[in-house]
Write a protein that binds this ligand. Structure first.
Ligand SMILES: O=C(O)CCC(=O)C(=O)O
Length: 207
């Protein structure tokens, strides 16, 4: 994920989608459109926007095999690289097969949708969405938190991964901490020690 979204990648949301036996095809959708493709930025050029690299990537982790019986996540490869209004009907779809222990990755802008579950059992998947550290999804998570995790659970996460969750409480400060100002290089060991100190202090402040 670091290779795709940079060394300061964070976990932006996480949850489960459970498709019940008999569930029909899900509506085809993009989790979010191109960044800046919003009414607040009317001058944004849709072609230029579609050339931008990924700002978020969804990882789908099957908890049962994904196949034509249980259903899978149908995807339209390439649909994230064109303006959103041109994505539909332009690319052939694929129905990936995946065993438990494997995962599927897709750009947050990719056209996709769960296919029907014609089996007699539920089809649960986990989804984990990774973000570049400056990105936040205020569109999908207006009503509930993207990650619900208690402080005790947070404390049990290995320290080298805590920064991926720390932003939940620290907001923009998490990014400032991870990304030293341009030109300032902090040695890895020192940075790790500073991280740990910062996390200990944050926990004390929160108590
Ligand atoms: O159920 C699936 O395979 C995909 C679910 C999904 O993409 C969604 O809920 O946004």
């Amino acid at each position: 994920m670091k290779a795709l979204l940079g060394p300061d990648v964070i976990l932006g949301s996480l949850g489960s989608v459970v498709s019940l036996p008999g569930a029909e095809d899900q509506k085809v959708h993009q989790d979010l459109v191109h960044i800046f493709d919003v009414p607040e930025v009317p001058e944004a050029d849709p072609v230029l926007l579609s050339r931008l690299p990924a700002y978020a990537i969804t990882m789908i982790v099957p908890l049962v095999p994904l196949n034509p019986i249980n259903g899978t996540t149908r995807m339209w490869p390439g649909s994230h690289r064109v303006p959103a209004q041109e994505a539909r009907g332009r690319f052939p779809s694929v129905d990936p097969l995946a065993a438990t222990g494997e995962c599927l990755l897709m750009d947050y802008r990719l056209l996709h949708g769960g296919t029907a579950n014609v089996s007699e059992a539920v089809r649960p998947i986990l989804y984990l969405v990774y973000y570049r550290p400056w990105f936040r999804d205020y569109s999908n998570f207006g009503k509930q938190d993207p990650i619900q995790i208690s402080e005790d659970e947070y404390a049990r996460i290995p320290v080298q991964y805590q920064h991926m969750f720390g932003w939940i409480w620290q907001g923009a400060r998490a990014y400032v901490r991870q990304a030293p100002p341009m030109g300032v290089r902090v040695r890895r060991g020192i940075r790790r020690r500073l991280d740990r100190l910062y996390q200990r202090l944050s926990r004390i402040v929160r108590r």
